[in-house]
Design a binder for this molecule. Structure first.
Ligand code: AHG
Ligand code: MN
Ligand code: MN
Ligand code: MN
Length: 319
């Protein structure tokens, strides 16, 4: 009985954190929805610890979500927009990894952006990164908000992946997709093809053989979509299948690609697996990888199982 109550209270704490992020997301959605009337949301400022130039909306979103998490059962936060772990409520049970505003290059041109989060148990008395060096399987919940034509919360509590859409008249999210099931086979791929000149052989062979089917083993022809916003590409893959790739490449600083393990790859990986899809670094399951730093990058491949498996075949051939 005690374990059940503890489990219940644990879920209550997770629910409180999701509610806090959802509340902040409604405010962020309203700022974004005003576009240029809200001022220059794309105005650039400092560089963040991952080397990205911070835009006004990055900072607004970071401040709003941090404020919301301060009032929730959260001990620590690892945010893209903060150099180190932020200590909020000592002794609280949960730790949150968050990308307050994903797809920043889309700010100011009215394209979809988002907020990504992963919730895991806080390591008691943590003074360093202990709460965030557990593998992604330690996540109790994960989700993202897509600020698109509709504002959608895509969420998993470990029992499947759901979508909730914001009812603006009530300022409340309503369940629209109770259990997503990603098609096993893809018809679309998402990759920044302008980086082709920087790819190493396995990814080039995969794109040429597996996707473009030039002399590939599979007679499928694919269409391509690249939205420059991880959450938008991820929501499309969750809803109609596909495969997304951000591999490492030969540019300086991109050996591990561009996406960050803790607050981009790991939450997306939990959502994908809970919807019957796959998520790897090309070879290894993302959820098995332990972060060594809170802004650590990782190559990311996710989506329809057939294509994710095909990538592994090519990467496997690399060594
Ligand atoms: P962020 O804006 O949080 O830094 O993330 C941007 C990411 C991701 O959203 C997107 O898939 C990717 O950057 C696009 O990268 P390229 O500009 O290299 O295509
Ligand atoms: Mn950024
Ligand atoms: Mn991002
Ligand atoms: Mn970001």
């Amino acid at each position: 009985m005690a374990q059940a109550v503890a489990a219940e209270s644990g879920l209550a704490d997770v629910a409180a954190v999701v509610a806090a992020i959802a509340g902040a997301a409604i405010d962020i959605s309203e700022v974004i929805g005003r576009g240029a009337l809200a001022g220059d949301l794309a105005a650039t400022g400092e560089q963040n610890s991952d080397g990205d130039v911070q835009k006004a909306l990055d900072v607004i979103a970071h401040q709003r979500v941090t404020e919301a998490l301060q009032a929730a059962p959260v001990a620590e936060v690892a945010s893209e927009e903060a150099e180190d772990v932020m200590r909020l409520n000592p002794g609280a049970p949960l730790a949150v990894a968050i990308d307050p505003l994903d797809g920043s290059s889309n700010i100011g041109v009215n394209m979809a952006v988002g907020t990504i989060f992963g919730i895991r148990p806080a390591a008691p008395g943590a003074t360093g990164h202990e709460s965030f060096t557990t593998p992604g399987t330690a996540q109790l919940a994960a989700g993202f908000v897509t600020y698109g034509p509709a504002t959608a919360l895509v969420l998993t509590l470990g029992e499947g992946t759901q979508i909730f859409v914001l009812d603006r008249s009530e300022r409340a999210f309503r369940l629209t997709h109770p259990s997503l099931d990603v098609p096993v086979s893809a018809k679309e791929y998402a990759i920044n093809a302008s980086n082709a000149r920087h790819w190493d052989t396995p990814i080039r062979s995969f794109v040429e053989d597996c996707l473009r089917g030039t002399e590939g083993p599979r007679d499928k022809d694919f269409n391509m979509r690249w939205l420059g916003s991880l959450v938008a590409d991820a929501q499309r893959v969750l809803m109609r299948g596909g495969v997304f790739l951000y591999p490492g490449d030969n540019r300086k600083g991109y050996a591990q690609g561009r996406l960050r393990l803790l607050y981009e790859a790991a939450p997306i990986a939990m959502l994908m697996e809970q919807a019957g899809a796959g998520a790897t670094d090309g070879e290894r399951r993302i959820l098995d990888i332990e972060a060594t730093g809170i802004h650590e990058r990782v190559p990311l491949v996710f989506g329809s199982q057939e294509e994710v498996a095909c990538v592994a075949k090519y990467f496997g051939g690399r060594n």
